[in-house]
Design a protein around this ligand. Structure first.
Ligand code: ADP
Ligand code: MG
Length: 343
């Protein structure tokens, strides 16, 4: 019994800029466990970004391809509980012997070892035994090793002997790819506009992204009907509202400047050149739409203008958007960029 979940595989792990190094290192370790300098391999990243998936994929791959005989996956929590039980039952020795016999040891969420001194000592000895015997160790943590508190120095230093790679928040493209992937796995389809809506708005982590799909697909199957965008928005309204609150006026300024290739001084200044005036109005419009700032605050931010100027800008862009697809696309593109910035 290795406690691996066979559903976590490299085959269904979507690659992207956010997980490039971690993925490559994981693959390499799973091919030649214990034989590279990636020992230990430490994968860190926030909640729901794929740590468990990736480190279990290492175990599954190594086991299925006979790269390691005895693969063991354990969460730090479980390890700690079993260790404490072993001590109470006078089986500490058996416990140690068991783990020192593993060829590929995968420990998930090592931040749980913080302030567990006894357990840390046990890990220390297991680590030394395995490392010396060229057995592979893979660890995951919710933050960089240096930021772990209450873990012995000698253990922290060992955790950094090998390679540390992080999992970052996926960008828009990767979020889309993951959604497509999960839909395929479920033999389901969703309208393109819904996929875009989710990929644009569900930015905090991959588990949440999956959660959206699960909700939509469950609703579709329970009601035996297909889902259109308004219904999808309604079903997902709580998660979406949370996301759009984190856009700030500074982000709007940055996004607009980048998009139009102009400077903040241009936006805040007095120029009446057409492109700049348009960008300025777009900035005010975006700020009104996606931040919680008042007309007054927005006017002040963008060059100390009056609140009526902002109202005028919002109305002007609204009217333009009705008439022009180009304007609608610009709004949408800015919105996308703001969502990514507000991760
Ligand atoms: P963590 O352990 O970092 O909290 P998990 O590994 O549990 O995150 O991932 C959360 C969910 O997201 C899982 O269902 C996992 O399969 C999925 N997931 C994470 N990263 C990816 C990815 N790159 N491709 C496909 N699915 C992913
Ligand atoms: Mg996990």
């Amino acid at each position: 019994e290795s406690y691996l979940n066979p559903k976590y595989r490299f085959e269904n792990f979507v690659k992207g800029d956010c997980n490039d190094l971690a993925h490559a290192a994981a693959k390499s370790v799973s091919e030649t466990p214990g034989k590279s300098s990636f020992n230990p391999l430490v994968i860190y990243g926030g909640v729901g970004l794929g740590k468990t998936h990736l480190i279990q994929a290492i175990g599954n791959h190594a086991r299925e391809n006979n790269k390691a005989k005895f693969v063991m996956y354990v969460s730090s929590e479980k390890f700690t509980i079993e260790f404490v039980n072993a001590i109470q039952n006078n089986q500490a020795h058996e416990f140690s012997a068991f783990y020192r016999n593993v060829d590929l040891l995968i420990i998930d969420d090592i931040q749980f070892f913080e302030r567990k001194e006894k357990t840390q000592e046990e890990i220390f000895h297991i680590f030394n035994t395995l490392h010396q015997a060229n057995k592979q160790i893979v660890l995951s943590s919710d933050r960089p090793i240096k930021e772990l508190k209450g873990i012995e120095e000698r253990l922290l230093s060992r955790f950094q002997w090998g390679l540390t790679a992080d999992l970052q928040l996926p960008d828009y493209e990767t979020r889309r790819a993951i959604l497509q992937r999960k839909l395929e796995e479920n033999s389901a389809t969703l309208d393109e506009s819904i996929i875009d809506f989710i990929a644009t708005n569900m930015t905090s982590n991959i588990r949440e992204l999956e959660g959206c799909l699960v909700k939509l697909l469950a609703t579709a199957s329970l009601n035996a009907k297909s889902i259109d965008l308004p219904l999808a928005k309604n079903i997902l309204r709580d998660s979406v509202r949370e996301r759009s609150q984190t856009v700030t006026i500074e982000m709007v300024e940055k996004a607009v400047c980048e998009y139009f290739g102009i400077s903040a001084n241009d936006i805040k200044g007095k120029s009446r050149k057409k492109e700049i005036a348009f960008a300025r109005q777009m900035a005010m419009y975006s700020a009104k739409k996606w931040t919680k700032s008042s007309f007054k605050t927005i006017g002040l931010h963008f060059g100390g203008r009056d609140h009526s100027t902002v109202i005028h800008a919002v109305n002007a862009i609204d009217k333009n958007a009705d008439r022009s697809e180009e304007v609608r696309n610009t709004i949408e593109e800015l919105h996308k960029r703001l969502e990514i910035m507000s991760l």
